[in-house]
Design a protein around this ligand. Sequence first.
Ligand code: FAD
Length: 459
Amino acid sequence: TVSVVLFTSDLRLHDHPPLRAALDGAGEVVPLFVRDRAVDAAGFAAPNRLAFLADCLVDLDAGLRERGGRLVLRSGDLADEVAKVVSECGADAVHMAADHSAHARRREDRLRSVLESSGCRLVVHDGVGTVVAPGTVTPASSDHFAVFTPYHRHWTQQPMRTPLAAPRKVPVPEGVGSEPLPVREHLHGVSPGLAAGGEWQAREQLTAWLRGGLAEYEEGHDDLGGDRTSRLSPHLHFGTLSPVECVQRAVRKGGAGAEAFVRQLAWRDFHRQVLAARPAAARENYRTQHDRWRTPATAAARADIEAWKEGRTGYPVIDAAMRQLRHEGWMHNRGRLLTASFLTKTLYVDWRIGAEHFLSLLVDGDVANNQLNWQWMAGTGTDTRPNRILNPVTQAKRYDPDGVYTRRWVPELAGLDGPSVHEPWKLPGLERAAVGDYPDPIVELADGLERFKRARGRA
Ligand code: FAD
């Protein structure tokens, strides 16, 4: 017998329950990835993610070849392509990981109905892309947790399965054709500093992180200049790492660093269970209704949005973070918080504009994590203090005290010493001339605060 294993955002061989089930139940398997036309049509195929995906597919194919198999790549409508492969190889089952986004669920429904008509089973495996699957823990009065702390309490009490080893052999039948694998170098618009993808890379990085960075994570995770977070987010997004394995290996190390790191992985599951229960939160306010956002409708707002995107707001730490995003396709979490607060609270621009810009560049760009973190910062989501505003100057002094991060990304300011880099407008004339065409602040923080209070009826 033959089974198809449909890879989606689980591009790995270690700890892969669908692959294990398929191998246990069949003589041969067809490992399949479909470049889903609907993802392109929805504008979700940003160059940085396509480039990282190309690395992941090449590496997955290499891993399969080491085990006597290969990857079959197709592109088009996902359900139609899977059905074609099923009929070509005579499979009686398709195994895939559960995905709870609205798009993924529509896709799964259609796939199920297409396969049913050909007498093939669709087996969907939970707990591949999350530690605790959406819907597993719920409060008494609702279908999901709207606040992280109680969710986290329940999350930590859940039993966890043991991660599965990678299979030794993956026998693939002859005669199932594949498109050529994508080549990263052929893609345009990719950030020059984009990280490399693939399971091999992911595992190297995880091992190095557990050995080197984890112990200092609790005190170091907000250190912008030190860059002391794991940078595993793209691997978790594409599933080149299993979140279950990340948690278990971190827990085995123990200590405050491991605890803080595992807590961040719980945040990831938290957002997924919110989005699974409220798919509209990808586009609409999750909780608070604010409809007085500035939008590109006025020239002044358009200029502010452009300055924010280009990293030319005149607030050095904001500009540093926005330039890191463009250069690497990734941004430090503290930078994400500061730039999102600045756009939505200081400039009072609709969070959707910021979320869309992030998704056009982030290699880890993820509907649940991106949209719900944006909503958290905009005060329309799950933050229990929706009116908090992060001051870009005091935050810069706290999290980039010597200005290392800011000077790294804003070369116009590279000649300024220490924390003076955070307030170039305060420099005396001569020194100020040295910062070249670096702009003055596009808004006074006090004016931004007044606008915020008026818009939220708190003036
Ligand atoms: P680490 O600090 O090493 O954390 C480990 C892992 O925990 C991360 O890889 C990530 O998977 C998870 N994690 C950490 N923080 C969060 C969080 N706040 N919410 C959910 N999961 C978290 N993360 C994404 O993966 N994709 C996104 O599109 C995304 N957009 C964001 C947008 C905004 C406005 C903000 C404020 C945050 C966003 N985040 C997003 C969350 C977070 O910033 C990144 O996950 C983190 O910076 C990735 O770096 P890291 O892997 O070094 O994280």
